[in-house]
Design a protein around this ligand. Structure first.
Ligand SMILES: Cc1cc2nc3c(=O)[nH]c(=O)nc-3n(C[C@H](O)[C@H](O)[C@H](O)COP(=O)(O)O)c2cc1C
Length: 256
């Protein structure tokens, strides 16, 4: 089984790397997992320029897709992905935020949906916000484990250290169980998102052609599962209400 660790610190071999090594050693106590570490600050991802092309016309039209393509290929080969970020002013630092932005298209077209993801925030305070940001990172895979990895910039008490080890083990066992189980089951909220994007991709083909291409090849969901009639009905109602509340966002067409 292959685990890809994405490290979002601008600093190499810091507390995030320590967290990853702790996780790796616990996971490899009982089974053999191949770990690959990706230090985002090393991969030449390039800063998002805000052109919106990845979302509208497709990620391959991005004017600087090289680093992203390499990273995407590695994430696609993973069974499990661990996203690790330090806390900078109660949120992720720019390196991780840039990664999140460079993969923004996955919110429209969730190509990594079948992956199992563990999110790890390191630092001391504001970790929940970091985990929330990480949970948005690659557009919809199941966040199966979360971890706050306390990492002060000064010596830690044995008690705090033992508490952290316990937290690592707890999260790792959830992560491993989800990887063992594998597959992807739609939840109602994921199905709702699917329906919403499919719906607007029809109406907005001119503005979101990449979404239109992606969703016009899909049936009931991203995968080939059949969705029951109850979900279908309720999703239709919720989307109608949602679209009404978002009507200011709809493209304007001048009437003759
Ligand atoms: C610019 C900056 C802002 C920071 N802001 C916070 C913060 O808001 N909360 C916190 O707990 N730690 C904060 N820290 C400390 C780091 O989160 C902490 O040292 C972390 O473990 C560093 O991880 P790393 O070694 O993987 O980069 C900040 C550090 C820096 C450099």
């Amino acid at each position: 089984m292959r685990i890809v660790v994405v490290l979002g610190s601008p600093k190499k071999n810091g507390a995030g790397t320590l967290a990853a090594k702790d996780i790796e050693s616990v996971m490899n106590e009982s089974e053999r997992f191949d770990f690959e570490y990706i230090q985002l600050s090393d991969v030449g991802l390039g800063l998002c320029r805000g052109c919106f092309l990845c979302i509208s016309k497709g990620e391959d039209v991005c004017p600087m897709s090289e680093g992203r393509k390499m990273l995407q290929a590695r994430l696609e080969q993973a069974d499990g992905i661990i996203l690790i970020s330090p806390t900078y002013v109660q949120d992720v630092p720019w390196v991780m935020k840039n990664f999140i932005d460079r993969f923004a298209f996955t919110h429209h077209r969730p190509i990594l949906l079948d992956k199992k993801v563990m999110v790890v925030a390191n630092g001391g305070s504001g970790l929940n916000r970091v985990r929330e940001s990480l949970s948005m990172a690659i557009g919809g895979p199941d966040i199966v484990a979360e971890l706050d990895y306390i990492s002060p910039n000064w010596p830690m008490s044995p008690r705090a250290s033992a508490k952290r080890d316990k937290a690592v083990r707890r999260s790792v066992s959830k992560f491993m169980a989800a990887i063992e189980k594998g597959g992807h089951e739609p939840t109602f909220s994921k199905y709702l998102m699917f329906r919403f994007f499919k719906d607007i991709s029809d109406e907005m083909e001119e503005y979101l052609p990449a979404d239109h291409r992606y969703y016009s090849n899909k049936g009931d969901y991203h995968t080939s599962v059949k969705i029951n009639r109850v979900w279908n009905f309720f999703a239709g109602v919720i989307i109608a209400v949602l679209k009404r509340s978002m009507s200011d966002m709809a493209p304007y067409v001048e009437k003759d």
